[in-house]
Design a binder for this molecule. Structure first.
Ligand SMILES: [Zn+2]
Length: 112
């Protein structure tokens, strides 16, 4: 566990803020999701369909910003790379690393 920073104390965020984050990440990653859904998923944090629909668990609204970003980038990257191979992991690490200068906690979060 780490000490939460100020941003993490401002929880939860609302659905509109979450969608804004997803859209911001989509621009950064360079993908164009057709639909962004937010619903209770119970067993995973997110999913991505081949027709460009990304779905996120509503539980993410209560997660620290850092964990939320990992799930968002993970699913959005699946619009570019469908598997979890070396290219996927390198891209995931690169985006999360450049976002805040910390090593990504990639192994700790495996949304699907
Ligand atoms: Zn995945």
């Amino acid at each position: 566990m780490t000490v939460p920073d100020a941003a993490e104390l401002a929880l939860p965020i609302d659905a509109a803020a979450f969608r804004a984050e997803v859209n911001a990440w989509a621009r950064r990653v360079g993908v164009h999701p057709n639909e962004i859904h937010l619903r209770s998923m119970k067993r995973k944090w997110g999913s991505c369909s081949i027709n460009g629909r990304v779905t996120f668990d509503t539980g993410l609204l209560d997660c620290p910003a850092r964990e939320r970003a990992e799930v968002i980038v993970h699913e959005l990257l699946h619009l570019k790379v469908s598997n979890h191979g070396p290219l996927f992991r390198n891209l995931l690490r690169a985006y999360l690393f450049e976002s805040d200068g910390h090593e990504a906690l990639v192994s700790a979060t495996e949304p699907d």
